[in-house]
Every structure is written in structure tokens, then in C-alpha cells.
Ligand binder design. Structure first.
Ligand code: ADP
Ligand code: ADP
Length: 221
């Protein structure tokens, strides 16, 4: 059974100026352990698609299955829990909390779950895994480079051992040498069995994926 399956997914944004149909009937099946790049022109629906895959909201119509379960069959609480346990998110702008240290940013999801005791070694181990060790982890995000901030964001995305990692333009704010390092970390995670799905404009970044899905005007091209 696929990790993720979308069946005729339609997403409409209701706007005062008229509805925008961002996704017009998407059918995609992604196997466990795949590394997928989603490409396409600006405004074609890539971010909307990634948000749908991430179960951030329910499709306007059509069905989304995560691990074989239709998300329509989950309550809001079940959906939140499923997302927390199964899906890690990485963004172009890193989305770190500026007032917290690097270490605190990574352990924060566990603190929210009142699992501080589990977090002590785990955050440190994950930071080590992405190449951040030593006193740097006590610094604030603004004190480190963009590439380092994205490493922190990856460590944070992994804190609940998700099987699926979703990335929206993970190298969009990085130079090409730094992008390569970030893509090597994502490749390593994929080799360890994670399903990785990323939206990117950049053909070099997409080159790390083993499958590319092109979206055009709300449909798979
Ligand atoms: P891409 O990621 O390919 O640039 P998006 O998914 O961001 O495309 O956008 C697809 C379409 O949906 C665009 O027409 C965009 O303006 C519209 N859209 C995206 N997000 C929203 C939103 N939150 N509210 C209203 N319209 C949106
Ligand atoms: P089990 O082996 O008992 O099914 P797992 O933790 O391997 O337990 O899987 C739990 C759920 O996660 C299942 O629905 C499975 O289909 C799904 N799953 C397992 N591995 C992956 C993966 N790499 N990517 C996405 N989903 C996965």
C-alpha cells in the first residue's frame, strides 16, 4: 500500500473576488521510501498540493490517504496527532523561533507534547546528525548562517521520527554550495527509508529526487 495517495483531489480557495481552483483533480500515488520532486510554474498549485499531502487541510473534494487511511475518517484531533507522528515539514524560510536557542528550537515540539524528558539527548543527537555539535547549539538562529538554520529546521522536523518529510523550496534561500549540503542530508534520510517530497523551482535540487511530478495549472502535467 502506498505511503500517500490522492484521488481526484480538488482544492478551491473561496475569495471575495471569486473562487480560485488551485487543484483541479489530482491523482498521485507515492510509495514508501520514494524521493519525489514537485515542479511547475509559479502559481500552478505546488504549495497547495504539498499542504494537501501534509494534511494541513481537508480537500474541497476528492480523497487523501496517508498510510492507507482516508483523512476524512479522522477527527481533528486524530488528524493533528497523525500529522505530528508521521510528517516532518521543512520550509524555505526555515521558520525557526528567534527567541529560542538552536537546541530549544529542535526540542520544542517535544516540549509542546510535555515530553521534555525524552527530548534531552534526542535534540542533541539530531543536531549532531545534521552536522551541528558543540557550543553552537546554544546560539540563537539569527547568529548562524542560512545553511545552518536549515540544518536546525531539518533536525526539528525529525524530532518525532516521521516517516514522511515534506519540503517547500528547501534550498530557495541558499547558495548552491550550501544547497548541495542540504540536499545531501535529505538524500541520506531518504536512503534511511524516509519518504521525501519537495517542491522546488531549481532543476539541480530536483536532480536529487528519483521521481519528478510536474504540476501545471492545478493538474499533473
Ligand atoms: P505555487 O506553489 O505553484 O506557486 P500555489 O499553490 O501557491 O502555487 O497557488 C496556486 C493558486 O492558488 C494561485 O492562483 C494562488 O494565488 C492561489 N492560492 C494559494 N494559496 C491561497 C490562499 N491561501 N488563498 C487564496 N488563494 C490561494
Ligand atoms: P508496521 O511495520 O507495523 O506497519 P511502520 O511503523 O513500519 O509499522 O508503519 C506504520 C505506518 O506507516 C503504516 O501505515 C505504513 O504503511 C506507514 N509507513 C511505513 N514506512 C513508511 C515510509 N517510509 N513512508 C511512509 N509511510 C510509511
Amino acid at each position: 500500500e502506498p505511503a500517500i495517495r490522492l484521488e481526484n483531489v480538488i482544492k478551491v480557495y473561496p475569495l471575495p473576488s471569486g473562487d480560485v481552483t488551485a487543484l483541479k483533480g489530482i491523482n498521485i500515488s507515492i510509495k514508501k521510501g520514494e524521493f519525489v520532486a514537485i515542479m511547475g510554474p509559479s502559481g500552478s498549485g505546488k504549495s497547495t498540493l504539498l499542504n494537501q499531502i501534509g494534511s494541513l487541510d481537508v480537500p474541497t473534494s476528492g480523497d487523501l490517504y496517508i498510510g492507507g487511511i482516508n483523512i476524512r475518517e479522522m477527527s481533528d484531533d486524530e488528524l493533528t496527532e497523525m500529522r505530528r507522528d508521521n510528517i516532518g515539514f521543512i520550509f524555505q524560510k526555515f521558520n525557526l523561533i528567534p527567541l529560542l536557542s538552536i537546541y530549544e528550537n529542535v526540542e520544542y515540539p517535544l516540549i509542546l507534547q510535555k515530553r521534555k524528558r525524552d527530548s534531552e539527548r534526542k535534540a542533541e543527537k539530531l543536531l549532531e546528525m545534521v552536522g551541528l555539535a558543540g557550543s553552537i547549539i546554544n546560539h540563537k538562529p539569527t547568529e548562524i548562517s542560512g545553511g545552518q538554520q536549515q540544518r536546525v529546521a531539518i533536525a526539528r522536523a525529525l524530532i518525532n521520527d516521521p516517516k514522511i518529510i515534506l519540503c517547500d523550496e528547501p534550498t530557495g534561500n541558499l547558495d548552491s554550495a550550501t544547497s548541495e549540503q542540504i540536499m545531501e542530508i535529505l538524500t541520506r534520510l531518504n536512503r534511511q527509508g524516509k519518504t521525501v517530497i519537495m517542491v522546488t523551482h531549481d532543476p539541480e535540487t530536483a536532480g536529487y529526487a528519483t521521481r519528478t511530478i510536474v504540476i501545471r495549472d492545478g493538474l499533473v502535467a
